[in-house]
Design a protein around this ligand. Structure first.
Ligand code: COA
Ligand code: AMP
Length: 630
């Protein structure tokens, strides 16, 4: 069957399509049907089934006689270590950890925050939670204490599992002080923490509150898998929205298992036993879906890579890992290839390794620019498949169905919608647009299994953010078009979300931080184009009347404030003091116009602009920051 047939097959019988896909999952009680309509545009999948994520990701492979297969390879060029864990070992480790968590009172439905770097223990912590039916929420290590505190207050975890440190090139990230700071800042206080002590830094533990990862597992009864309902939340993952308050995306157990398992063969074209590698971080959705869950559910070997595309030790790292571990499908972000290309434009490192094991490379997380795709294709000789998805969906909305049919690649397009997604381009009033015309990208409800059913403790926000603008549709927040062959093109975000090195960040959140500076009266943060990271945040601050301290001092404080409050991952380094911000007569800041000036793009002077002369002042400030030079 080709793609068209599979897609049409889904469209004509979605229920049958997903019930068949659900056959590949082990259920303690099979679901009576796939889709459950909750009314009011809310949907759930496989709600009355009973299953367990950890069973499907670990135990069932051991039971099927594959316990000796490597489940996780930890390849860490930062520490110079390599470590392999078989499915049998993984089961024992996870069952013990789950048993220790249970002995401390963690049960089904309890939340557990995980704050860990790229070590296998991060996956084990996730799996131990799902073994118990506890709901994990992984927080990316590059976030500051304040961001962690916000998530603690929203998720109200019973426990936090963390590592003593993370390792960035040339820098140890001291997790424990960040964790202590976050618990101090948060109103909600978890009952206890579990700290995985790394040899690079041993953290001080507080007696009776911080438990050592190994010590607290001593002598415990290993825990069996707890069957949970198909609509039981497997995890909460916070992602950036338009404000500083992150959105808690919920993933339900049943749909997550079914959709991820389906994606491994049909999209990534791997079979059980193959090695699959997603070079991302467990703190992001790619890490949840494609470092941890999908490869394990599907019985693949997954790689936990603790390194960077360049500098650990060189631009050949990717090719070394692919060759050494026999990687079949490789997934990374375009920014990583831009970094490799910058260091090795001719792809000389590729020639040093045998990468014949590799079938295809998958890119996502941000727009894949044609230059990068063409370069990667040229130096590797492999197909490069762009695919488009979001934290909210948890798996591909549009991509190349390589395991069904390798369709022609159109550079600049992430290809075609996956079964489950009826993708449409709408105008402002919600009318479908003809082929080739730009509009808001929306998905007709219901969204498929594996996608978010709602936001944690925030159903109103869920409706407002995604459902209310286009009734009957999920609003993706991206703008784009579909061509006459049904290929999708993603052009830009329609909100204040920017994408920095494949990381999703909120300019609104940064504005909230800057506005809290005592000398700042007003501010705007925009995303400007960057050759390496795709976009970079840039701040403009207007000072409170009477403040006459040196501007560079204030700029430094603003940069530090964003790093301290949001984290180094925000990469907020560009900032200028200006007298005024360009606005419409009704007082709306003209951020989009500022972006166009920064990127030296043509723009129409907004008819409603209050004082066009301010744009000249902004241009001068931009030029001082190295922008608006064209
Ligand atoms: N813990 C703590 N700090 C972290 C971190 C983590 N897990 N990840 C990144 N940071 C820090 C970095 O050390 C850097 O700090 P600095 O300002 O002190 O240098 C800052 O956050 C910005 O990091 P990043 O944007 O990653 O920039 P970089 O210059 O270190 O590296 C790339 C640039 C392109 C090599 C890197 O961004 C990369 O590998 N990108 C791939 C992204 C990816 O896989 N995204 C996942 C979505 S699919
Ligand atoms: P995240 O939730 O962090 O995965 O970010 C999702 C957003 O990243 C999407 O809404 C897009 O704006 C952007 N994005 C992800 N993948 C792609 C892609 N292949 N092409 C263009 N934009 C993408």
């Amino acid at each position: 069957m080709g793609y068209q047939e599979v897609y049409e097959g889904w469209k004509s019988d979605p229920e049958g399509f997903w019930m068949q896909a659900a056959e590949t999952i082990d259920w303690d009680r099979k679901p009576s049907k796939a889709l459950f309509e909750k009314g009011n545009d809310l949907y759930e999948w496989f709600a009355d089934g009973l299953t367990n994520t950890c069973w499907n990701a670990v135990d069932r492979h051991v039971e099927a006689g594959r316990g000796g297969q490597v489940a996780i390879i930890h390849d860490s060029p930062i520490t110079g270590t390599l470590h392999k864990i078989t499915y049998s070992e993984l089961r024992n480790r996870v069952a013990r950890l789950a048993g220790a968590l249970r002995a401390k009172g963690v049960d089904k439905g309890d939340r557990v925050i995980i704050y860990m770097p790229m070590v296998p223990e991060a996956l084990e912590a996730m799996l131990a939670c799902s073994r118990l039916g506890a709901i994990h929420s992984v927080v990316f290590g590059g976030f500051a204490a304040n961001e962690l505190a916000v998530r603690i207050d929203d998720a109200k975890p019973k426990a936090i599992i963390a590592a003593s440190c993370g390792l960035e090139p040339g820098r140890v990230v001291h997790y424990k002080p960040l964790l202590d700071g976050a618990i101090e800042l948060a109103t909600h206080k978890p009952d206890f923490t579990v700290i995985f002590q790394r040899e690079q830094e041993v953290a001080k533990l507080n007696d009776g509150y911080d438990f050592d990862w190994h010590g607290f597992q001593y002598g415990v009864e290993p825990a069996d898998c707890v069957p949970v309902e198909g609509n039981h939340p497997a995890y909460i993952l916070y992602t950036s929205g338009t404000t500083g308050a992150p959105k808690g995306v919920i993933r339900h157990t049943g749909g997550h298992l079914v959709a991820l398992n389906w994606s491994m063969k049909n999209i990534y074209n791997v079979d059980p036993g193959d090695t699959f590698w997603a070079a991302s971080d467990v703190g992001w959705v790619v890490g949840h879906s494609y470092i941890c869950y999908a490869p394990l559910i599907h019985g693949n070997t997954t790689i936990v890579f603790e390194g960077k595309p360049v500098g650990t030790p060189d631009a050949g790292t990717f090719w070394r890992v692919i060759s050494e571990h026999n990687v079949r499908s490789f997934f990374t972000a375009p920014t990583a290839f831009r970094a490799v290309k910058r260091d090795d434009p001719k792809g000389e490192y590729v020639g040093k390794y045998d990468i014949s094991c590799l079938r295809a490379i998958y890119l996502a997380g941000e727009r894949a620019d044609p230059d990068t795709i063409e370069w990667a294709q040229k130096v590797t000789g492999k197909p490069i498949y762009d695919h488009w998805w979001q934290t909210e969906t948890g798996w591909t909305i549009a991509g190349m169905p390589a395991g069904i049919e390798a369709l022609p690649v159109k550079i600049g397009s992430p290809s075609v919608p996956m079964p489950g997604y009826d993708v449409q381009i709408l105008d402002e009033a919600g009318h479908p647009m003809p082929a080739g015309e730009l509009g808001a990208i929306a998905v007709k409800l219901p969204l498929p299994p594996g996608t978010l059913p709602t936001l944690w403790n925030a159903e109103d926000r869920f409706r407002k953010s995604y459902l209310s603008h286009f009734p009957g549709y999920y609003e993706t927040g991206d703008a784009g078009m579909i061509d006459e062959d049904g290929y999708l093109y993603i052009m830009a975000r329609t909100d204040d979300v920017i994408n920095v090195a494949g990381h999703r960040l909120s300019t609104g959140g940064m504005e909230e931080v800057l506005a809290a500076h005592p000398d700042v009266a007003e501010c705007a943060v925009i995303g400007v184009t960057d050759q390496l990271k795709g976009q970079l945040p840039m701040g403009f601050v207007c000072l409170t009347t009477g403040v006459n301290r040196p501007h560079d001092e204030i700029v430094k404080e603003c940069v530090k404030l964003v790093r301290d409050k949001i984290g180094p991952v925000a990469a907020f380094k560009l900032c200028a003091v200006v007298d005024r911000l360009p606005k419409t007569r009704s007082g709306k800041i003209l951020r989009a116009t500022m972006v166009k000036i920064a990127d030296s793009e043509e723009f129409k002077l907004p008819a409603t602009i209050d004082d066009p002369a301010i744009l000249d002042e902004i241009k001068v400030a931009l030029q001082e920051l190295g922008y608006a030079k064209g």
